[in-house]
Design a protein around this ligand. Sequence first.
Ligand SMILES: NC(=O)c1ccc[n+]([C@@H]2O[C@H](COP(=O)([O-])OP(=O)(O)OC[C@H]3O[C@@H](n4cnc5c(N)ncnc54)[C@H](OP(=O)(O)O)[C@@H]3O)[C@@H](O)[C@H]2O)c1
Length: 332
Amino acid sequence: MKAIRYRTFGGPEVLEYVELPDPEPGPGDVLIETSAIGVNFPDIRERLGVYNRAETRVGGVTLPHVGGLQVVGRVLRSGPGADSALEGRKVMALMAKGAYAAKAVARAEMVVALDEDADDVAMASLPCQGVTAFLALQACATLRKGESVLVQGAAGGVGSLAVQIAKALGAGTVIGTASSDARREFVRSIGADHAIAYDRPDWPQKMLEHTDGRGVDVILETIGGDVFDQNFECLAMLGRCVVVGSTRGPGQPLAPRRLMAKAQSLSGMYLPSFFQRPELIQRALRFLADGMANGSIKANVAAVLPLSRTADAHGLLERREVQGIVVLDPSV
Ligand SMILES: NC(=O)c1ccc[n+]([C@@H]2O[C@H](COP(=O)([O-])OP(=O)(O)OC[C@H]3O[C@@H](n4cnc5c(N)ncnc54)[C@H](OP(=O)(O)O)[C@@H]3O)[C@@H](O)[C@H]2O)c1
């Protein structure tokens, strides 16, 4: 089968388009013939070797490596103990590695069957960012119907799905932050009630205005830096802040005492940890598939490139030349 592999860490040039033997599904696995493969920023960090530095080690990568975390395709075969009812079905899957290939192995527990008329490319854009957004809101923040939500970085991949998922979960007011007028317009266009700039020092004040002075119930935090601390100026009593990322760096440590006065909670979310809880991943994938089918969730695909041009796909993302997900087509 055709695949993208790298034997050393480095720039996009280390990605080789090669012929490899088909992978074998192990116990509990399924073998998927891929039709669309989504590219994520963590794929690039893995390729750079960032995940293998002692101070940032979060799982490690063994070379040579076939990267990639998400595919849509058709199940060819199930391994011992895996649900054989998936054989022949079109599916969406999240996996720890191996997606950049014409055939990929996934744990059957982290696969959901799709309708035959589901859009392969759109669905392949969803798993990593969509499951992250869903689990942060539902499993970590336990968002309840009618609660208000602030999504930091709402024009990004995780953020834009979080806005839509929050609404689909029955949130009340949903507010998103973004850095430019055009990106704030995009945030409103996907269903946010308000979009504000997080780089203005008075943004927490704006949040209080939009929530009648009581603050927001749930914050999905992705920015970091000074913004991390400012979140607590507009978090409501019993509010929950979930840290999903820190694109601007970690920011200052927070004194836990600060959470006491308003009985607030701070938690974190890291998707690979949830691989230990595949039933939660499957619930998230099901929610995304159903949301796409009923129109409550829309994908944001920026480009489709042949699998052989994965290096170009990484370059587009690294240079921030695209807004949305780049999807690879393994058939060309
Ligand atoms: N915890 C997990 O398991 C998990 C899983 C997936 C992603 N993440 C993290 O979640 C965050 C968002 O991921 P994503 O896939 O949605 O990325 P993305 O599509 O590139 O979005 C990044 C967002 O961050 C904002 N941003 C602020 N400062 C930035 C900077 N210096 N450079 C780049 N963007 C900046 C951007 O908004 P503006 O342009 O409007 O400022 C944009 O909305 C990242 O920190 C990522 O590492 C975490």
